[in-house]
Design a protein around this ligand. Structure first.
Ligand code: GDP
Ligand code: MG
Length: 646
């Protein structure tokens, strides 16, 4: 219900509360020039994103719910944050203040991928609430996702402050039973880092000894070197309790090496009465000066927001100074490990677009060289494409050879039929060329299909080989792989069509039934010699079955057979032509010419291609490498920034 009261108030015009000149935080007026370079150094480290790798000095505010954390931050930064009683801060809020030399106030709120820049300081409250609702739901849940609020203005200092959800013990409304633990875990995540200065906020009107926030801080920082306690709401102290508070601030109750500061921020009534922050700070000074017990604290430098700002600036600078050696060390260690990790992720594309063209050229050339190697030698590394091609060629040869038997049968059948129908008184010879031609034509026509099968097998092997080279070369670039793989497929399809046409031509040529007289004559001569030696050797039972010549000779020159030898010998010429020409044609078209075309097209790919798209890596690997490269760059830059300062 308090929250509701607040949002009523939100909807009112607040111009009187925060006019441009009134957004000054307390830091502004007490910003010490000599410490500025230190804060700027950390700020520039943060600017290059080093806080993603290494914890950078920052200030986290912890305390019970409604202890006044957001109020203190508001007073320090001049930025009006959502405030009120009940659970208001439900996500960690990182307040990055950036001092501009000049220029208008500008804020950017970002969380879980969302980012919005705005020019009106009055929108902070609303936008932070929206962000919290988005991340932690509309009710009372918490969430450990960080909301980052960057404020750039000439009136803030370079500082990062983190507002954290307040510690609660008793769950309210629909809060889960373990809400207290959830919040503590979240807080611990921030205050555990040795780079964090812990501001423990405790209202004056509670028993400080029982404050959970202080206990948590003492656990992570037992020496109290980075813990500063802030007592709030001094105006709400019960009468008579002032001495106790005074003792606490003076460190007489729980001693803290960094000590205590007591501040008075805008109470709910100040807000309702629209008291601006700077006016509230003036009122604070008057409050302390006139305070019967606390006026001495003002003189000792233990009271007021301004005093806190000064002290915090000084503490932060000391803290930064102290952190620098360890920061440098951490940067160096990280740098080494990033360099080592990066080595494990082989070279990838350059990050700059203008370098990508030449990088693409380079890997394309490498790929082309490999394709050339496959085409020229058949080898690539320890792979040999002929290991796969040769069995296909052999299969073709065996098939062709096997058709000699069927051819012989067909010729025999044809002669038998012819003799039956047409033979007259002539002796047993056969000279009907047309009949023979017809048998040949039918026979070779049937060879077309197995030749096409051979073509398809060869295509598959070569295409797979090219694809393998492509996959290996462009493993990291799926789009490039896709393009080249399609290219390979298209080229093979075109080459296959060409080869198909040529094979059909071969078959048609064989249908012509032709050979040079000398070639046929040679065959006769050979077969006569063979016939003799064949018989001789077969008599001795010592010929080798596998020798093509012998087996051929025996099959073709069976003298008991009535088929004229000449006809069968001619088919041997057909066999010899086809058994070699088909594989030769396939090597030429499917391997050599295809490789040439592919190389040509690859070189063309370099021109006018969308390199960024081609070289985009969607693999985990690419992401990791890019990430490592960025880290390397950040760390190197950070190292330079620090060494320039020292
Ligand atoms: P948080 O939950 O710790 O962030 O606490 P808030 O900053 O939201 O403050 C809780 C309430 O206490 C708000 O209504 C503030 O206006 C009020 N408050 C904070 N500081 C003071 C103070 O010094 N005096 C008075 N009277 N009220 C204060
Ligand atoms: Mg708060």
């Amino acid at each position: 219900m308090d929250e509701e009261k607040n949002s009523d108030y939100d909807s009112q015009s607040e111009e009187s509360l925060f006019s441009d000149s009134q957004t000054h935080g307390a830091f502004h007026s007490h910003f010490i020039e000599s410490v500025r370079p230190l804060i700027e150094l950390i700020d520039s480290l943060r600017l290059i994103g080093l806080d993603e790798d290494i914890g950078l000095p920052s200030i986290a505010v912890v305390g019970d719910q409604s202890s006044g954390k957001s109020s203190v931050l508001e007073a320090l930064s001049g930025v009006a944050l959502p405030r009120g009683s009940g659970i208001v801060t439900r996500c960690p809020l990182e307040l990055k203040l950036q001092k501009l030399k000049k220029g208008p106030w500008s804020g950017t709120i970002s969380y879980s991928g969302h980012s919005e820049t705005f020019k009106d300081p009055l929108k902070v409250d609303k936008l932070v609430r929206e962000a919290q609702n988005e991340l932690a739901g509309n009710t009372v849940g918490i969430c450990d996702e960080l909301i980052t609020l960057e404020i750039s203005s000439p009136d803030v200092c370079d500082l990062t402050l983190i507002d954290l959800p307040g510690i609660t013990r008793v769950p309210v409304q629909d809060q889960p039973d373990d809400i207290g633990d959830q919040i503590k875990t979240l807080i611990l995540k921030y205050i555990d880092k040795s780079e964090t200065i812990i501001l423990v906020v405790v209202p004056c009107n509670v028993d400080i000894a029982t404050t959970e926030a202080l206990r948590m801080a003492q656990n992570v920082d037992p020496e109290g070197v980075r813990t500063l306690a802030i007592l709030t709401k001094p105006d709400l102290i019960d009468r008579g309790a002032e001495i106790d508070v005074l003792n606490i601030v003076q460190g007489k109750v729980i001693p803290l090496s960094k000590g205590y500061i007591i501040v008075r921020c805008r109470g709910q009534s100040d807000i309702n009465n629209r008291i601006p922050i700077n006016k509230a700070m003036e009122a604070e000074l008057i409050f302390f000066r006139n305070h019967h017990y606390f006026s001495s604290l003002l003189d000792d430098g233990n009271a007021s927001i301004q005093c806190l700002a000064e002290k915090l600036t000084k503490e932060l600078c000391d803290h930064i100074k102290k952190s620098l050696p360890s920061l440098t060390e951490q940067i160096q260690t990280r740098l080494l490990s990033v360099q080592r990790d990066l080595k494990n992720y082989e070279q990838g594309p350059p990050l700059e677009e203008e370098m990508m063209g030449s990088f693409l050229s380079e890997i394309v050339l490498e790929f082309s060289d490999q394709i050339n190697e496959v085409s020229r030698t058949g080898h690539l590394k320890d792979k040999n494409i002929y290991v796969h091609l040769r069995p296909i060629f052999k299969k073709w040869d065996i098939y062709l050879r096997s058709t000699e038997e069927s051819f012989k049968a067909e010729v025999t059948e044809m002669i038998d039929k012819y003799n039956e129908m047409h033979r007259g008184r002539e002796l047993l010879t056969f000279s009907e060329f047309c009949e023979f031609e017809c048998v040949i034509q039918n026979h070779v026509a049937a060879l077309q299909e197995p030749a096409m099968t051979t073509l398809k097998d060869v295509r598959e092997i070569i295409q797979n080989e090219f694809r393998d080279v492509c996959s290996l070369s462009f493993e990291q670039y799926p789009p490039l792989r896709y393009v080249v793989s399609n290219m390979i497929n298209d080229i093979q399809t075109k080459q296959e069509a060409k080869a198909e046409k040529r094979i059909k031509e071969f078959i048609n040529m064989e249908k012509l039934v032709f050979t040079q007289d000398k070639v046929l004559q040679q065959k006769f001569n050979d077969s006569e010699i063979l016939q003799k030696t064949g018989i001789e050797t077969s008599d001795k039972n010592s010929y080798d079955d596998d020798t093509i010549f012998n087996s051929k000779g025996c099959a073709l020159l069976d003298s008991r057979n009535l088929v004229p030898d000449k006809l069968l010998l001619y088919y041997e010429i057909v066999y010899q032509r086809l058994t070699d020409y088909v594989p030769m044609l396939l090597i030429l078209l499917m391997l050599k010419d295809a490789a040439k075309t592919l190389r040509h097209q690859m070189l063309e790919l370099r021109n006018g291609a969308d390199v960024v798209k081609l070289l985009s890596e969607d693999s985990e690997r690419g992401r990791i490498r890019a990430d490592l490269k960025q880290r390397l760059e950040r760390l190197t830059q950070a190292q330079e920034l620090i060494s320039n300062r020292l």
